[in-house]
Every structure is written in structure tokens, then in C-alpha cells.
Design a protein around this ligand. Sequence first.
Ligand code: SF4
Length: 417
Amino acid sequence: MNLDQIRGFVDDIEATPLNVLMAHASAALRATLLKSLNGLELSTDEGLAIYTATGDDLRAVIKAADLARAEDVGEEVTYVVNRNINFTNICFVGCQFCGFKRQKWESDAYDHSDDTILAKVADAVARGATEVCMQGGINPDMPAFKYRDLLVAIKSHFPDIHVHAFSPMEIMYGARRTRMEYSDYIAMLRDAGLGSIPGTAAEILDDSIREVLSHKKVDVAAWVDIVTSAHALGVRTTSTIMYGHLESPRHVVNHLDLLRTIQKRTHGFTEFVPLRFIHENTVLFRRGLVKPQESGLLDLQMYAFSRLFLRGLIDNIQTSWVKLGVDLAAVTLKAGCNDFSGTLMEESITAQAGGTAGEFVAVDLIEEKAREAGRVAVERSTLYKKLYGRKAPNGARPIVPSPQALDNHACGGSGGG
Ligand code: SF4
């Protein structure tokens, strides 16, 4: 289906009452959806049935997800005014899905100085950002305490900016380099000004899949250990999945089930962000290990399933305009999503992997897309405090980045330490 067809498909679902759609769905799926709409937790088998629903069943799933979204979080579409800062693209890890990493001898490898990073933060602040989101490659030449020192430098100049930074992979690397336990290391970063951690580097939380995607990457046990350690220290994280590559539907369901288990224990996840795999410039694609998957229905399945399966545990389901493009992301607002992510101001992890959505979304455009969906856009902080009435001075305006300002690595990118 092309974008217009997807839009028409979802608009038709929106205009049709639930009971009509339910009447056309299979009896088993109908029972599962009613269970979810009554606020009961779904089993993994029920989740699998929802995630793999097609045809009339999928129409009922999308409708139920939209109703659950309305009941759980209302009609506001939240977004954050933020800027990505990808401080280095030098990385030795070699994830097969990453088009962002460079070896240090490559001509376009970079490792930004503190001055460059501070200039980017200054620019973000001047444009009204409340958050900077920082991730980088895993640079073998990184000084052991680099992440801490970066935080100290940023917070000493910009005490009010929220620093959302360092994926679990980077935390693992930093802890190893400093020979610290995860808890001690994260506490040190928190005390130096770390506000929250992106729950990236999750990809699919299954070690057999991870072995193929990137055998050097943080494994499931370490990922869980790091995020739960952060939560125990009062440092909240997002949660993510990268879908549309090697995984089976069962892997997806188990991934979300693991997130539910963690959330029941810690309540530390602020949001869930499904991230579509961008295949073009990746080793996985070049080696023929993945087939491109048409965007549209799979994305609707993922977002609607996420809303229903995480119901009662993670309220904020974030769409990704970076992965889907702004127009398709806007469609997902009617399939369970309530958050439009951030303005980013610069993004090129996904661009490097072949994504074409661009690097900046103006607040005006987010407001327009929310309005078109019959909703209202509301700025939020990183931790989902609503910032009613605040109008970012320049963050609302698209700015074409200078070549110097362009860097790589996006929070939630399909690359990313
Ligand atoms: S995803 Fe991150 S860790 Fe993996 S190769 Fe890319 S930059 Fe390195």
C-alpha cells in the first residue's frame, strides 16, 4: 500500500464504530481485544495474535489501540524540543545493521572536541531546546572518564538543559573502561548531570538474534542489568525495539514481554519507541540477510500491538518520524501513538542507513499533523511533564544546518552505541 492507501485505510477504521469492526473480526481476536479494552493484561500468545493480525482482524486491532490510547492518555500529542548531538562516529563494534559507524582512519570519521559539542548545546539552547540527546560510537581511543567529563562540561555552562544520553552499550563500555560496577558508574554520571538514558541498543532482546546483528554488543542480561540499575538510582530510561529485519513475531512479543516485566519491577521506563529498521546502507542488506519490508501495514501492526500489549504499564507510545517519515508517522497517531518524538534538529544515523525523512521537524509541522489527526500538540519535557504555553523561540523554525553542524547518531537511531 502506498501512503495514500494507508491513510485511507486508517481513516476508514477511524470512521467505523468499534462494534462494526469487531463483528467482522474473528471470535478469538474479538475476545482478546475486549480483554485489553477492559484493562486486563494480555498473555504472550494473545499478544502474538494481535501483532500478526491482518485484514478485518487488523482493522479491529487498530481501532482498539486508538480507543485504548484515547482512554489512557487522551487527545494530546506530545513532543519534545530537543537536539541530537552525535559526538563521534568512530566505533569498533561493527553492528551489521549500522550505516553510521566509521573506522578512525576513514575520511569522514570524526570525534568532536568539547568546544564543538558545547557550541551545539549553545545552539540548541538558543533555539529553545529543553533537551540534548547524545549518543556516539564506541570509540577505542576514548578517555576512560570521557562521558562523565562531557556531562560536567555541559552542565557547568548550561545547568538547565536536560541531558538524555549514553545508551546501555555506551554505559557498558564506560563502566568497563573505568572498571566500575554499572550502579557506581551510572551514579557517577547522574551526579555529573545525566538526566536520563535512551533505551536504545535494545534492537531485539534475544541473544540468538543479537549474535547475528552484532556479536560484540551488550547482551540481554547486561542490557537489563544496566537499565534496571539506572531505574534503581532514579535515572529513568526510554525503551525501544528495532523491528523489520531478522526477527520473528515471537521475538517481538517476547521483547515487549520482557519490557513489561522490567516495568512492573521498576516503573522506570518513560516511553516505548518502536523503531523501523532502515536497511539500505547496512551490511545485513548487502549480504542478503534481510529483505526490504514495505512500510505501512507492518508499522501499524507494531504500534497498535505496542499500545495494547503494554497497556497499564507504559502509557507513552512514541512514533518515529525519523524512520517512517512525517506523513506516515502522523498516520500512526491513529493506531495507538500519543507522542511525536522530538524536533531533533539534526539526525543522521538513520540518514546514513538510508533513511530519507530528514533531520529536523519544526514544531509548527508537529502541530499541523496533530491538528489533522483531530488532536492537539503539547510540548513536554523529556520526563513527560507537559509544558503548556511554552513556545520555543527558534526551535519552532526549521534551520538548514551548516556542514559543520551536521553530525551523526540519533537517539533511537537504527545505529547508535
Ligand atoms: S550501532 Fe552503535 S555500537 Fe553498533 S556499530 Fe553502530 S555506532 Fe557502533
